[in-house]
Design a protein around this ligand. Structure first.
Ligand code: BDP
Length: 721
């Protein structure tokens, strides 16, 4: 008797413990956790509505959809829902089939909507008559897989399944990740460990991570991956490596993901034994044609090549006095028979153009508009300098109407706090996409340039430099996962708001509890603006440490090329600070449409976000709020750092609401972020103070260290370099 009492008590205790503690999590599942829905009545309602699942067809893509549904529904509902494969057996529940396999259920769906689904879109709908069914349909298997992920997202975010009617079609055709991964598994600008591609054990060993990577990408609609660094290595184009690439392509194919490689322009010399890589040389052209044939024989749906040429020491057509279009078109010809494409990067700058790095890509590429073959896209970074915390949109957007331009964002936070700062990037992405280039009148947004709609291009797309590595949680900082998620969601639908995306991600990744969501959503949405304040306020840029780009170093002036030195960008002196890009300076402003220029041209009404980007401004200049420039700079730096402290305070009370593991990780990272924010603040202000010769405004605490102390800091093993 006593024994059984003890047992009952033990069981009870176990039940209480399991009901009150949140399961430990390491972040590996990303936003596909499928944890049991905590709202019991909602969960029971879902179970009722999903009394069975019928999925017609068994292609590898549909198998992937089925796998995801089994895993997802079991996890979310806690109930094992029966699956059927047969054409309509009349059971209520979820029915999944492509348009051709809908049978009698087809009458529930207007044909025009099925048409609109196109190659990748899908429709989620509830039947109006007969037994209530939820239908997921599409014209293609991949559309079904995307629809299934959307459906699971509805459950993960606790949405009602009543009267669904969702038609979703991607806004962009190419939605790519660019990995800057080297064959030795280091990752250029990677802050989350080593490359997830284990080239050594490929092709024989397929790591589960490859499959989970594909699931995560498909869940947000990413449909292509460039496996290798833009600073390319020709070895990946050799047969043994192509076999490895083929194995990865095989894993990704069911998930709708094509593989691409970076092409080293000098590969015909390095791996083909030719004497030249001149794009107009017949042997060189033949070498690339043969290479394309070899690749497509192994990987029939190979996406194509991404190329960085004549930039930062990379070889390219200009080595042979040829143009970027000569180089791109040669490669385009090689992949054209297989419907491959060439993505040619516009990230070029050369010391021959001494006035302003800002102008160089535009100067090189605008004259080539109309000269690229039809299967070439030019990939343009969001801004003219280099993925800074804030840049005006790149002047090439809107300036090359005859060429499809692809957007390149940086998801890895090279210049935005790397893996120690919580910075949600969707507001940055949106700011650029929503910018109005005015190139074809009001409303010619960057988004409409890159989706091809303004200039009737059928090729269009967006790429993000990946932030993925083999860290347990993939991205280093748990919140960096949100940036991968946001890139995919925006590439699918750029009209989503940063807030909607953050909310979805938080619900899927952490919790549906409003007590958690509201404060965390708030801190995510402010995080990028805060970082701009403590790193690069008012249009400052490129003042980070040399090489590793970690931390502030506005004093650096000893680099070989002028545009590698921070002093080149801030130009602080006794009269003021900032880069004069108006007509009295480099006149980079002339590259923008006159109506855009008008917002930035005059010192007195320049949008203050970009003040020091476009003007050299006297220290005593009065800002719109009445402060002097110097005081405003101080205010921004201090405010930015203080905002990190507020973030820490907001995080503290959330401990009971999520798992201990991730709570602690984030708490520790926020403490580092605060140290780094104050480091930026103090180092930059002490340095600029030498020129402004003015004190900190009253009430601001004094820096703890001297400028000399900051200048001496060294980070020989900072990651990603
Ligand atoms: C810079 C990075 C460098 C990249 C380069 C690029 O520091 O590592 O190779 O961009 O985009 O921002 O090619």
């Amino acid at each position: 008797m006593a024994q059984s009492k003890k047992i009952t008590f033990g069981l009870l205790l176990l039940l209480v413990i399991s009901a009150t503690t949140v399961k430990a999590e390491n972040g590996y599942e990303l936003w596909l956790r499928y944890n049991r829905i905590s709202n019991t009545s909602l969960r029971l309602n879902y179970i009722r509505q999903l009394s069975s699942v019928t999925l017609i067809g068994h292609s590898p893509t549909l198998q992937a959809a089925k796998y995801e549904l089994i895993k997802g529904l079991k996890g979310l509902t806690g109930s094992k829902i029966p699956f059927f494969k047969k054409q309509d057996n009349g059971s209520p529940g979820l029915f999944i089939a492509t348009a051709g396999n809908l049978g009698s259920l087809k009458k529930n769906i207007p044909p025009s909507q099925l048409q609109q689904c196109g190659n990748e879109g899908y429709l989620l709908t509830t039947t109006k008559t007969g037994s209530k069914r939820i239908i997921i349909t599409a014209q293609s298997d991949i559309g079904i897989l995307y629809g299934v992920f959307h459906f699971l997202r509805l459950l993960q975010t606790e949405q009602s399944l009543d009267n669904l009617h969702i038609l979703s079609v991607p806004g962009l055709k190419l939605r790519l990740l660019n990995h800057w991964d080297n064959l030795n598994r280091t990752v250029e600008r990677g802050y989350a460990g080593f490359s997830i591609w284990n080239w050594h054990t490929l092709p024989a060993y397929i790591d589960q991570r490859y499959i989970d990577y594909a699931r995560a990408n498909a869940s947000v609609g990413i449909n292509g991956t460039v496996l290798t660094n833009v600073n390319a290595n020709a070895t990946v184009l050799t047969q043994p490596y192509l076999q490895k690439v083929k194995a990865l392509a095989g894993v990704f194919r069911p998930y709708g993901i094509k593989v691409y490689l970076t092409a080293r322009f000098s590969a015909p010399i390095e791996s083909g034994g030719l004497k030249t890589a001149d794009p107009l040389n017949e042997q060189v052209r033949q070498w690339w044609k043969d290479k394309a044939k070899e690749i497509y024989a192994l990987i029939p749906d190979f996406g194509g090549f991404l190329v960085k040429a004549n930039s930062e020491g990379q070889p390219g057509p200009q080595d042979y006095k040829r143009t970027h279009s000569d180089g791109a078109n040669m490669l385009a010809e090689a992949v054209a028979p297989y419907k491959g494409i060439i993505i040619w990067r516009a990230f070029v700058y050369a010391s021959e153009n001494p006035t302003d790095r800002h102008k160089q890509a535009y100067d090189d590429f605008v004259p080539l508009d109309g000269k690229f073959s039809s299967n070439v896209m030019v990939q343009v970074k969001n801004g003219a300098i280099d993925f800074m915390p804030r840049e005006p949109f790149h002047p090439l957007f809107g300036a090359m109407p005859k060429t499809p331009l692809m957007m390149e964002f940086q998801v890895t936070q090279e210049y935005l706090g790397q893996s120690t700062n919580l910075v949600y990037l969707a507001p940055l992405f949106k700011e650029v996409l929503d910018s109005d280039t005015r190139s074809r009148g009001k409303g010619s947004t960057v988004a409409k340039i890159i989706d091809g709609s303004l200039d009737s291009h059928t090729l269009n797309g967006m790429a993000g430099v990946a932030n993925i590595g083999n860290d347990l949680n993939w991205c280093g900082h748990p919140f960096a996962q949100a940036n991968w998620f946001a890139l995919g969601r925006l590439a699918w639908n750029y009209s989503l708001s940063a807030e909607q995306i953050a909310q979805e991600w938080l619900q899927m990744t952490f919790s549906n509890d409003k007590k958690f969501l509201q404060p965390v959503l708030n801190l995510m949405l402010k995080s990028r603006e805060n970082l701009v304040d403590y790193m690069n306020p008012l249009g400052l840029h490129h003042i980070m440490g040399t090489g590793h780009h970690y931390g502030p170093a506005p004093w650096v002036n000893d680099q070989r090329r002028p545009e590698w030195n921070p002093v080149y960008y801030h130009k602080a002196d006794s009269t003021g600070i900032g880069f004069n890009r108006t007509a009295t300076g480099s006149n980079a402003l002339s590259q923008y449409h006159p109506e855009v220029r008008a917002h930035w041209e005059q010192l007195d009404n320049c949008d203050e976000k970009y003040l020091l980007w476009f003007h050299h401004v006297p220290w005593t200049h009065l800002m719109k709020n009445g402060r002097t420039l110097w005081n405003e700079l101080c205010y921004r730096y201090y405010n930015g750092a203080a905002a990190v402290q507020k973030m820490q305070e907001a995080w503290k009370p959330l401990e009971p609401l999520i798992d201990q593991e991730r709570f602690d990780q984030i708490r520790q990272l926020m403490a580092i972020q605060y140290q780094e924010a104050t480091w930026w603040r103090d180092a930059c202000l002490l340095y600029f103070q030498q020129f402004s010769k003015q004190p900190l405004p009253t009430g601001f605490e004094k820096p703890e260290h001297t400028l000399e102390y900051f200048k001496k800091l060294r980070f020989p093993y900072a990651p990603g370099n």
